[in-house]
Design a protein around this ligand. Structure first.
Ligand code: AMP
Length: 121
């Protein structure tokens, strides 16, 4: 799948759609999910043009990969969920219901979560 520069997270990175920045460095931007599914629900996205976690893992540079995942860990710590625990989710492609074709990690936490990921009906 080719990267679509019109996707909503590309627009956020270009400053065309407002968001509340939680964290930013040269590799990553973190901001609240507009439709939170937990008391803590933050999205972390790479600055580069990657469609999904699969694309990122296959084609990003080692520096980008390290920088990005360091940012994810940093954000979880900043949010205060490092000790209580949290879940990170990356949806990839249609079966996962990935809606935005720019790689993003969901950080979910702040309450006790169920153990099983249920299939959709
Ligand atoms: P996914 O299904 O993994 O592609 O998740 C995309 C996420 O992006 C969803 O949880 C949406 O609620 C979220 N989202 C969509 N538009 C925005 C936006 N403008 N700002 C913040 N989050 C958004």
């Amino acid at each position: 799948m080719n990267y679509d520069d019109k996707n909503i997270f590309a627009k956020i990175l270009r400053g065309e759609i407002p968001t509340k920045t939680v964290y930013e460095d040269e590799y990553a931007l973190a901001f609240p999910d507009i439709n939170p599914q937990a008391p803590v629900h933050i999205l972390v996205i790479p600055k580069g043009r990657y469609v999904s976690a699969a694309d990122f893992g296959a084609t990003a540079s080692p520096e980008e990969i390290t920088g990005f995942y360091r940012a994810v860990s940093h954000v979880a710590k900043q949010l205060g969920v490092e000790d209580s625990g949290y879940r990170i989710i990356c949806n990839i492609g249609p079966d996962s219901q990935q809606m935005v074709p720019h790689f993003h990690v969901h950080i979910l936490g702040g309450h006790k979560m169920g153990h099983v990921l249920a299939p959709s009906d």
